[in-house]
Design a protein. Structure first.
Length: 139
């Protein structure tokens, strides 16, 4: 092809298939975290005090006893004797926090595929006198 303008060029485009590869997230498994309760026997010693008097008559307390010092009808004084009782309670305390972190690992894979291209081949003689084959609807 000749042209009067030497700067003008003519070309043709060529096309081909390319393989497109992408990633998609898939379930790769799971992590199961369980916690259990361990029971530990604890023994602690604590001192407690109680009051006592020597040579005093001790009588059990009545159900409605006020616990106050009282003067009895015979003139004697009734003084309640107190005793410390142990009160034990438990409380839940946070000791630590467990943190599970995940990491994203990138791996390189080689992907091979066969790409197909349609090709049309016509064999034999084609004559104009032959009627066209019936359409798929008419069969």
């Amino acid at each position: 092809m000749t042209s009067e303008n030497p700067d003008e060029q003519t070309g043709i485009l060529r096309h081909e298939e390319e393989l497109e590869i992408r990633t998609a997230p898939m379930d790769a498994g799971s992590v199961r975290i369980r916690k259990g309760v361990d029971t530990e026997h604890v023994t602690e010693r604590i001192d407690s005090e109680s009051e006592a008097f020597d040579r005093v008559d001790h009588m059990p307390a009545n159900p409605g006893d006020s616990g106050e010092i009282e003067t009895l009808p015979d003139g004697s004084i009734s003084i309640p004797i107190l005793e410390e009782q142990l009160v034990i309670s438990k409380r839940l305390v946070v000791r630590e926090r467990i943190i599970v972190r995940k990491v994203v690992n990138t791996q390189q894979h080689v992907v091979e595929a066969e790409l197909r291209r349609e090709r049309v081949a016509i064999d034999g003689d084609v004559e104009q006198d032959h009627p066209a084959p019936p359409a798929l609807d008419e069969r």
